[in-house]
Design a protein around this ligand. Structure first.
Ligand SMILES: Nc1ncnc2c1ncn2[C@@H]1O[C@H](COP(=O)(O)OP(=O)(O)OP(=O)(O)O)[C@@H](O)[C@H]1O
Length: 108
C-alpha cells in the first residue's frame, strides 16, 4: 500500500506520525472538548496529507529528472516542502491555542 511505502521511505513522515501520537495522548490526558478533538485531528490530517503529496512530488521529479540537477526540479521540491512546513506551523499554533489554556487550568 502507498502509505506503507511512504512510511518506510520517508523519515519526516515517521516523525510527523510520532508527533501525532503524542498529540493524541496529550489531548486524551487533558480531556479536550469534542470541537478541540476535531480541530486537532484536522491538523494531523493536514500535515499527513501534505507530507504524502510532498513524497509524490519528490518521486515524480526524480523520475523526470533522473536525479540530475534542474532549476525547476529544485523550485518544485522547495515549494512542496514549504507546503509541509506551512501545514506544520499551522498545526503547532493550533496545538498551542488548544493546549495552553488546558495546561494553565491544570496548574493554576
Ligand atoms: N533534481 C534536482 N535538481 C535541483 N535541486 C534538487 C534536485 N533534487 C533535489 N534538489 C534540492 O535538494 C533538496 C532536497 O531534495 P531531496 O530530494 O533530497 O528531498 P528530501 O531531503 O528527501 O526532502 P524531504 O526531507 O522533504 O523528504 C530539495 O529541496 C531541492 O532544493
Amino acid at each position: 500500500m502507498g502509505i506503507k511505502t511512504a512510511w518506510l521511505d520517508e523519515r519526516n513522515l515517521r516523525f510527523h506520525s510520532l508527533s501525532a501520537v503524542l498529540v493524541i495522548c496529550l489531548a486524551w490526558l487533558l480531556q479536550v472538548t469534542e470541537f478541540e478533538w476535531l480541530w486537532l485531528l484536522l491538523c494531523i490530517a493536514l500535515v499527513f496529507i501534505s507530507e504524502l503529496w510532498n513524497t509524490v512530488l519528490e518521486n515524480v521529479v526524480d523520475l523526470i529528472t533522473d536525479c540530475k540537477y534542474n532549476a525547476y526540479a529544485k523550485k518544485a521540491k522547495d515549494v512542496a516542502s514549504g507546503a509541509v512546513f506551512a501545514a506544520a506551523i499551522f498545526a503547532v499554533v493550533s496545538g498551542a491555542v488548544i493546549f495552553i489554556p488546558h495546561i494553565y487550568t491544570l496548574f493554576w
